[in-house]
Design a protein around this ligand. Sequence first.
Ligand code: PEP
Ligand code: MN
Length: 367
Amino acid sequence: MLVVMKPHATVDEVQAVCDRIERLGYRPHPMPGAQRTAIGITGNQGAVEQDALAEMSGVAEVIKVSKPYKLVSRDVKEEDTVIRFPGTNATIGGRNIAVIAGPCSIESRKQAFAVAEKVAKAGAQFLRGGAYKPRTSPYAFQGMGEEGLRIMAEVRERFGLRIVTEALDNESLDLVEKYADMIQIGARNMQNYSLLKRAGRSKLPVLLKRGLSATLEELLMAAEYVMSEGNYQVALCERGIRTFTDHTRNTLDLSIVPAVQRLSHLPIVVDPSHGTGKRDKVLPLARAAVAVGCDGLIVEVHPAPDQALSDGAQSLYPEQFVQLMEECSRIAEVVHRRIPRGIEMSGIEVGGIELTAHEGAAFPAAR
Ligand code: PEP
Ligand code: MN
C-alpha cells in the first residue's frame, strides 16, 4: 500500500498520515519527491484499512502496490536516488558516474597507500578494499580484519577517498560502521536476511551485490529488506552471475542495468572485475557498462597484481586503471553522463585535480 500526498501537502499533513499509519500498527516510509511525497507502508500482512487514510487531509490517493517490493520501486519514488557523502562532492546515483577502485583485499599499509595514491591520482572518489573476505577456501587469506579498516580510515585522511568495504556478518558490520563510508554486502550474503536487516538499521549507505544466481526480483527484494528497516541509501551492484561459460569467471549481465532503472529509483553499479575474473576483459566491460547507462563502476586495482593475496588475475595494473578512467569518461559524455575526477572536500580538491602546495610535493596532481 502506498499513500500519495497532494503536491502541496504540508509537512504537518505528511506527519499526520505517518502517525495514523503507526497507530494502525504499521511502519510509514515517507519518500519526498520533486513533485510530491509518497508514503510507503510496511509491516502489514494483508490489506491496510485504506479508507481511514484516503480521507485524511493532504492525501491525493491510496494505491495498492501489486509488486512484491515497494520501497525500491519507482511507484514510490519517481526520481533517481542520489546517495551523498557528507563533507564531499562524492555521490552515487544521478548524472555523475561514481568510480570505486582499489584492491580486492587490504594486505598491508604499504599496499593500501600505494594503490590509493594511484587511484586517487587517476580521479577515483572511492577506495574499495576488503578487510573481511568471503573466500571459497577456509585456508585462503581471510583479510586483515579491524587493522585493515584502520588502514583504510588512514587512507581517507590522507587522500580524501571515501571508503567502501564489505561486512561479512553482524559483528564485522559493527566495525565497518565505525571506520568506513559505505557498507558492502557481498554476493554470497545477498540473501542473508539478518545481515540485510542489520544494514538497514545503519546510518551508512549500503552497496548490495547481486547474488551468484539471483534474479532481478530477488536482488530488489534484498534491497527491500534494507530499506524496510529505514535505510534508504542503497546502491545495487551487478557483479556477474553463474552460467555455463568458461571463458570468464562469471557472466556480467549488463542488461540488468536498464532493467533495474525501469523498475527502481536505486542506483546500479557494475563490477567488471568479479563480472569477468580476467584482467584483459575488465576494461572492455567497464566501457560497455558506462555505455549501457550504469551509475557507477567498482574495479579492482593492485600495485602488483601478480603478488595479490586475492583476485590478482582480475586486478588491473594502475596504468590500466588510468586508461579505464580516460576511456570511460569519453563514453560517459556520449550518454550524457559525467565521471567526476577527484574528490572535493570543503572547497579543497584532493586527488585527480589539485592539491595544496604542501601535499602537492609528496603527491603531485595528475593533470
Ligand atoms: C569483492 O568485492 O571483493 C567480492 C568478494 O565481491 P563479490 O561479493 O561480488 O564476490
Ligand atoms: Mn575480489
